[in-house]
Ligand binder design. Sequence first.
Ligand code: HEM
Ligand SMILES: *[C@@H]1O[C@H](CO)[C@@H](O)[C@H](O)[C@H]1NC(C)=O
Length: 482
Amino acid sequence: MSQWGILLEGGAIIFFVAVLFTYGAAGLKWLRLTPALRKRYRKLPKGSLGWPLVGETFAFQHCLMSTTPHSFVDERRRRYGDLFLTHLFGTPLLASTDPDMNKFILTKEEPLFTSTLPKSISMAVGENALLMLRGDRHKRMRRLVLSVFSPEVLKHKTGSIQASATSILKTWKGRKVLVADDAREYTFYVAMNAIIDMGQDRDERSEVFRNRFLQLRAGARALPIDLPGTAFRKAVQARKHLKTMVETVIDERKRSSGPQYDDLLAKLLRASESDGGEPLKNEEIVDVVLSSLLAGFDTSANTLLFLVYYIGQHPQVLHDLKVEHQEILKDKPADEPLSYSDYKRMKLTQSTINETLRLANPVLSLHRRTLQDVEYNGRMVPANCPVQVWLRSLHTDPDLYPQPYNFDVDRWKGKASTNNFIPFGLGPRLCVGMDLARMELSIFVHCLVTMYRTWELAEEDAPRFFPEPGMKKGLPIFVHDL
Ligand code: HEM
Ligand SMILES: *[C@@H]1O[C@H](CO)[C@@H](O)[C@H](O)[C@H]1NC(C)=O
């Protein structure tokens, strides 16, 4: 998820110091063992662990902040191949940008690999989050969550998602818009709708919930230092408040025979009816609700931000998208909301989303750890070694994507789905919100290109990678009427 991608890869120096606290011990042990390991594991993957303590962190940060943010990986890939050792933020680790190795890592969870999260994130998501669960409990919870985000259920949401997009886009007329802010507003609203309808006094409660949630999110990215005034401490407190709020809604729903909801919360409350297992405890429900919001909100917002940026940079793509979406409108009575089959016709839009995710995936890397010595393709990875799948590097490999840094939607024409493109991960932890994300992005694009003629930057802006992926100024634009 973006959050830990950011934590490990985009961290500022101060963050680096803190990570040394949390990871330092493990990292150092590993380092000290290295000569012995090298003897024992002659087949250790190639690479460099850099300087003591800091490893290659500064070189990495330097590249991220430069005009060639990918050069760190590109250089190492040239020198060592698609699988290399490095040492970042206090931890020696194995980075993989190899499609087959990625598949191996992501599909062979236990007994070979397990997922790992930094402390701030695990506090924020809670111990019962999908991301934290393993084995059978993970399987069961995942089935429950997936059933809410499946195409069959999402089918009925096109209209309400469209209404959210339209109501935000209407406010864009005649003012300078900071796309980053409004993208967050939109994706938060869509995620809340799918995950937890606040019921009574919806608007008022949602506002309080949102503010607390933003504190939780800030803590998930902060140093895991639990002292008065720190972002981490505030997030711990925000979490308690959020938990009470979710529990209040649970109580209300249990007590009343009022309206039937079709959100994730409703599904979790009926878990034992739907799969015959034990009813879920409140803590489990709270963790799954909060973690799904955390997982689905920034990721989609960031992708939307880059969609608007790239489309704006490519007038031909905007033109072709308009044609696609006008076609869809032409075939329906005016004012009839978008249907699922309309959404399924948005082919070029899908290519545009793919090309955007390829270049600007909000999730930089996926993090695992070996549980035992693992041999792969003649290389030996020792037990307890952090292993990272670097998505952006895979997606900009020139052997897989010619002229990788060009935004070119045509490269998706007739392309079959492969392991070379895994913006939502792969295997047992494949993103559960994938269909929702694609749908909300597509519908927003539909509304944007049919409501406005074009848009232009209100100020020069450019993508940035540090301290986290985004646009330097949040993409300020003016829209122009049809
Ligand atoms: C463009 C938007 C999104 C991207 C790029 C994205 C990407 C990902 C990736 C790469 C993973 C795999 C993590 C791993 O293997 O360690 C993941 C997992 C997950 N995503 Fe997403 N995601 C997006 C939107 C969403 C949305 C909208 C939701 C929910 C509303 C969501 C909920 C989750 C959850 C709960 C998991 C954990 C699954 C598990 O551990 O079994 N994501 N996502
Ligand atoms: C976009 O990528 C997905 C994989 O996430 C793939 O299944 C799909 O075919 C791609 N769509 C287009 C239009 O290329």
